[in-house]
Design a protein around this ligand. Structure first.
Ligand SMILES: CC(C)(COP(=O)(O)OP(=O)(O)OC[C@H]1O[C@@H](n2cnc3c(N)ncnc32)[C@H](O)[C@@H]1OP(=O)(O)O)[C@@H](O)C(=O)NCCC(=O)NCCS
Length: 169
């Protein structure tokens, strides 16, 4: 598996991940197609600048055009304090094969090596069984349940956290 920065050519992969009702079932439903080019442009700029880690998952380095999903680690203002958050998506044909787990672990290893992200948080919906299993499996600890805002909608989410410098299992 290879991870590379998101780039301007990743619009089709973003459309598959974010505009699909099945992929977005645990994230409030599909996003409108029209905003995707802008989102890819913004993410590619953030990744190039190093502000966020936004990685596309390439399952087979011999076929670099085939994308399995993405993992993003970014920093934002939580409840008054800066918070590092990680999120992930794996396309249906690659799910259930350990791809998500390996990619999330690899991004957390990058975060550990950069040593600038501190504790990393994740907020999957409480009903998102694979994402909650992934968190547990990688070494996140469960803080509890919280209401989380995503794309203008509020969800009941599990609040997981991990310190990549000490907690990676
Ligand atoms: C969540 C998602 C990224 C998981 O990726 P994946 O590559 O299929 O997951 P993996 O194969 O690495 O499995 C990770 C863990 O989840 C478990 N798992 C996988 N699918 C599962 C399912 N349907 N139900 C319960 N557990 C599941 C695996 O057994 C593994 O746990 P283990 O290490 O204890 O065995 C993927 O299903 C996805 O993209 N879903 C749609 C989008 C989404 O919900 N994104 C996350 C928003 S928070």
């Amino acid at each position: 598996m290879l991870l590379r920065d998101v780039g301007p050519g990743d619009v089709a992969a973003y459309v598959r991940m974010r505009c699909d009702p099945v992929m977005m079932a645990e994230l409030g439903g599909p996003l409108p197609r029209r905003g995707i080019e802008d989102k890819v442009r913004r993410d590619a700029a953030e990744a190039a600048a190093g502000t966020s880690l936004i990685k596309m998952i390439i399952p087979d380095p011999a076929e670099p055009a085939v994308v399995a999903g993405s993992v993003a680690l970014w920093s934002h203002d939580g409840t008054g304090t800066e918070l590092s958050e990680i999120g992930w998506m794996v396309l249906p044909e690659f799910q259930g094969q350990g791809v998500g787990k390996r990619a999330v672990r690899a991004v957390l290893e990058l975060a550990r090596d950069e040593d600038r992200w501190g504790v990393v948080h994740a907020f999957p919906a409480v009903t998102n069984a694979p994402s909650n299993a992934l968190c547990r499996s990688v070494g996140f600890r469960l803080a509890g349940e919280v209401e989380t805002l995503f794309a203008g909608r509020t969800f009941r989410t599990s609040h997981w956290f991990i310190d990549p410098r000490t907690d990676l299992s």
